[in-house]
Ligand binder design. Sequence first.
Ligand SMILES: *Cc1c(COP(=O)(O)O)cnc(C)c1O
Length: 393
Amino acid sequence: MQKEQFTFLNNIREHKLIIFGSPLIEEEEIAEVVDTLRSGWLSAGPKVELFERMFRAYIGSKYAIAVNSCTAALHLSLIVAGIREGDEVITSPLTFASTANTIIHVGARPIFVDIERETMNICPFLIEEKITNRTKAIIPVHFAGRPCNMDAIMDIAKRYNLFVIEDAAHAIGAEYKGRKIGTIGDFTSFSFNVIKNITTGEGGMVATDNSDWAEMISIYSQHGMNKGGWKRYCDKNFSQYQILFPGYKYNMMDIQAAIGIHQLKRIEQYHMRRKEIWDTYNEAFKYLPIDIPSPEEENIKHSYCLYTLLVDPKKIKISRQKFQEKLYDRKITTGIHFTSLHLQQYYQDTFGYKRGDFPNAEYISDRTLSLPLSPKLTDEDVDYVINAVREIL
Ligand SMILES: *Cc1c(COP(=O)(O)O)cnc(C)c1O
């Protein structure tokens, strides 16, 4: 490792840096990972199965298939839904690259629909005008953990016979009209990447109620083999596996699930801490010349994955980047969620998207800045962040 990187890691260890998205990892996870390492079985096995079972029980979906990222979860959902070359899939441009990249991976075309400024979610009333006879699916992204208008989206999907594949990378624990995200659309993809509400280091999950799709996703995640590694090497039954189709290497490992099973147990506790920090930020920033997240609609439960400020350089007299740099100088790292995908070079060059196409997504994209929001933060950390923001402004 480079000397510089060592210093960076040491700074984190000595709590000298407040790292955006740094997760809270407790002794139980550490012990469980060590137990896995000592057990002799590290890859997909009993701990992945336990994690899937706990996840299903928590979400209330009939099936849950663990994979190695939310990106893999989205990719496999698209494949199993039969989306392919020549098809179109509607989604939000204000999302992480993988939402749209996976549409391209299956050979289809991402069709962006602008967002609502307040919720930062896809505007359902703009969806219908983008539907053609090639449209096969909608991928709603529950931005920052605030559920999309699912009644309107499900209604459109039903009328046009489209799949609904939810990107719930931010939305574990979120609810829409009393229903958990993961029980509404055809497929829902979750992420356990470090910056999300619970983590396995890297990891993902697909929730679905359809047994055929669940089985296909499971097979696809293990090279298209009809028996996973655990069954091949640890079962008494030594019959050979068959390759049913050329699948992918997308399985989760027991080392990852070892972290997840303890994180999942604490999800409500973490949610309450996230809400506490969220409310403290809202209160502290409400009279400053920056915009705080708009109030939640009734009938939803927000999962508080990202706390996004809107920074307008005209109001604060410095650029967003400068603001970010000044926070960094005070040892606080931040994130941009997201640069709208239609402003990214590949999407412009390939699909002809340009600035001006999605004014609301651009408005957010140009101003958004995510502050640290993790149950790992102490009250002192939260105060420190608040004072740093005040000082800079
Ligand atoms: C993080 C994220 C993903 C990808 O999750 P990975 O588990 O890192 O693959 C997808 N969509 C959104 C909106 C995200 O924020």
